[in-house]
Design a protein around this ligand. Structure first.
Ligand SMILES: Nc1ncnc2c1ncn2[C@@H]1O[C@H](COP(=O)(O)OP(=O)(O)OP(=O)(O)O)[C@@H](O)[C@H]1O
Ligand SMILES: [Mg+2]
Length: 254
């Protein structure tokens, strides 16, 4: 059954920057429509994991499979075309293009993503639907990306990824630098995306938000997973929280 097959499988990957050995044997699995959260303090390798999956910093060994097919070593644009969207850390929208251009450009340059059709689930995202989802963007459609607030830029980064109709969305700290109200909105958006059968690999330092929406959680520490399980198991594990997620971690969970 397609339901049971993993959408993304990461098997024992080892990723380096030159001689610097960062990811030291990570394995994980993510099914269609699932939200899997990766938690960990600064510098533990969260972004490197996202970059490994996206093909930006390919692992030196190990396997990455999309719907059972190997994508290890594939070019990043090829991985994107096969249905993997990226919402990078720090948004990285085009500041000198308008909101409309930001949304339309990647979709037109890089066709691909989810195939439409009767068995392919909900309809694809288009400009109207993205703007309905993000009223803040609709109101600022002709403004430059650089003129948006941090929250609006985050919505734009998510909207831009959706325009390619990805099956899997890689989100790198989408709540970083946002007010609690906006963090809540980002969490709500992810829940909406999950309902529309998008899978999300979510990297976060906002533990409370991640645990509220994730189906499964991994804790990353110095390039290795030191915990994996459902959110309730992590909430009950004060030792892992204090040791690997820090004092702020237990405060956020409480
Ligand atoms: N381009 C690079 N070249 C060399 N080392 C790097 C590079 N990018 C990251 N690193 C190192 O790899 C390790 C993991 O970095 P990474 O960015 O994956 O951490 P992170 O968990 O995403 O941190 P943060 O929460 O601060 O975003 C760190 O020690 C970092 O200094
Ligand atoms: Mg990072």
């Amino acid at each position: 059954m397609a339901q049971a097959e993993a959408l993304l499988t990461v098997r024992d990957i080892h990723t380096y920057y030159g001689d610097s050995y960062v990811l030291q044997g990570l394995s994980l699995a993510l099914r269609e429509g699932q939200i899997v959260a990766i938690l960990g303090r600064n510098g533990m390798g969260k972004t490197t994991l996202i970059r490994s999956v996206a093909g930006l910093t390919p692992p030196r060994s190990g396997d990455i499979l999309l719907r059972g097919e190997p994508i290890t070593g594939a070019r990043s644009y090829d991985i994107a075309r096969r249905g993997v969207g990226l919402v990078p850390q720090g948004r990285r929208i085009f500041t000198s293009l308008t909101v409309r251009e930001n949304l339309l450009l990647p979709a037109s340059v890089l066709a691909g993503g989810r195939r439409g059709g009767p068995d392919e689930g909900p309809p694809e995202w288009d400009l109207d639907e993205v703007l309905d989802q993000f009223p803040q963007l609709k109101a600022r459609i002709n403004n430059l990306g650089g003129a948006l607030s941090g929250g609006e830029q985050q919505m734009l980064a998510i909207g831009r990824a959706l325009m390619r109709n990805p099956d899997l969305i890689l989100m790198d700290e989408p709540s970083e630098g946002l007010s609690p109200r906006l963090v809540e909105q980002v969490g709500d958006i992810m829940t909406t995306l999950k309902k529309r059968n998008h899978a999300i690999l979510l990297v976060e330092q906002n533990i409370g938000m991640a645990l509220a929406i994730a189906d499964y959680v991994y804790v990353l520490s110095v390039g290795k997973f030191v915990f994996e399980g459902p959110p309730s198991e992590l909430t009950a594990n004060a030792e892992v929280i204090d040791r690997h997620l820090g004092v702020t971690g237990s405060e956020q969970v409480a």
